[in-house]
Ligand binder design. Sequence first.
Ligand code: FAD
Length: 472
Amino acid sequence: KSSLVWFRRDLRAYDHAALHHALSSSAQVYCVFVYDSAILAPLPRADRRVNFIHASIAALDAELREMGGALLVRHADAVDAIPALAAELGVDAVFANRDYEPGAIARDADVAARLQAAGRAFHDFKDQVIFEKDEVLTLSAQPFSVFTPYKNAWLKRLAAHPASLAPYEIAPWASRLAAPLAHAPLPTLAELGFDEADPQVATGMAGAAAMFDGFLERIEQYATARDFPAVHGTSGLSVHLRFGTISIRHLVRTVQAMLGYGGGGSGAPVWLSELIWREFYAMILYRHPHVGERSFKPAYDAIEWESGPEADELFAAWCEGRTGYPLVDAAMAQINQTGFMHNRLRMVTASFLVKDLGIDWRWGERYFALKLIDYDMASNTGGWQWAASTGCDAQPYFRIFNPVTQSERFDPEGEFIRQYIPQLASMGRKQIHAPWLHERKGAARDYPAPIVAHDEARKKTLLRFDVLKAPV
Ligand code: FAD
């Protein structure tokens, strides 16, 4: 028997469910990655994600070659390319790890149907998360929509099923990896139609491992440091979790082991909680695929957001970081310049767009999708709907972040603001959060005035959400 492993968001050659199952059940195993033309076509030429994937693919190919295999790479529509390659290689089955996004589920169903029509099997596996789909349910066997009880049930399930963290071994069967004879070199970025765009983060399995090692030295401080964008307090691993260049089982195993011997201080349990948020949102998207497009809570679809030329202009100011609120603008400069944004700032900017500018959260969600290197549909729609109060277990609509207070609390020295808005570098630590209230010197004088007054915007938002109180 021979098989084909289709790599997607799991770009590593260790602890890999599909690769493990293919190797342990077949005599010969081929590996493929498809640069999906349906996904790549609409992207700008300079895309950090494509650069990240490109570098990580080269590392994966090198790793597979070391084990005697190789990575076949195609640039095509995956729905055509996978069945065609399976036929060309004459394999009996295709193995892949499950993806829970609605578009990916539909794509996989198409591929499976085409393979089956040709007498081939399609096997998919849980790999991206510790617990998927319906594995964590309430006592009455319902899906959770509130995080804390979900987390408790998740932890309970893990205690009852410790094997959920066991690594999927590859090494015992590595000799079954096949390297096709006529093996074309990996496509260059230019051949794929892209330019260089520095991903500004270490790529591939080795990059992920080095980042995790670095973070373990800081994990004890995570609980406090994580909220301050000027501090290197979080792991930065989201992009690696997105593309599977690190194994979630490895991360959870490491943290569990730490907790077992009382290591990791107050940081380790808080960090584990964040990994569980990721699984919570993956489960929500799987169970409620409409959250990619509409409010989790249908009543919230009645909210009327601003629209028209004025809203377009406000949105453009937000995207370009010229709202006149320094923390918001610095955060938007961070996403625009680096493809990353600190979690606290994702909350602040999302809240600002929705509750200060009155703009539909979907506009912001799309903008983040375009820019974030770690863009993940489940976490992004989860985060946006949380901030917009339209989501499950969301921020209540009447809790509205004050962008100045947030700035004073989470960037007290104005260090982050100065890094991303050098124009404000001359402002003092007390003044930098609301420059319009203070005398300004030099370039700081040209910094824009606030595009909305927060207090007025707040009142307008409370009225906007009044529609929720209307009798149904
Ligand atoms: P750490 O603090 O080190 O956390 C470890 C890991 O836990 C992260 O890598 C991530 O996988 C997971 N995690 C942490 N916080 C969350 C969270 N709130 N929800 C889900 N998972 C979480 N995360 C994405 O991965 N992709 C997105 O597209 C995304 N969009 C977001 C949009 C908004 C409006 C908000 C408020 C949050 C969003 N997040 C998203 C969650 C979070 O901001 C990032 O995961 C985090 O900033 C990544 O940094 P890190 O890896 O250093 O995180």
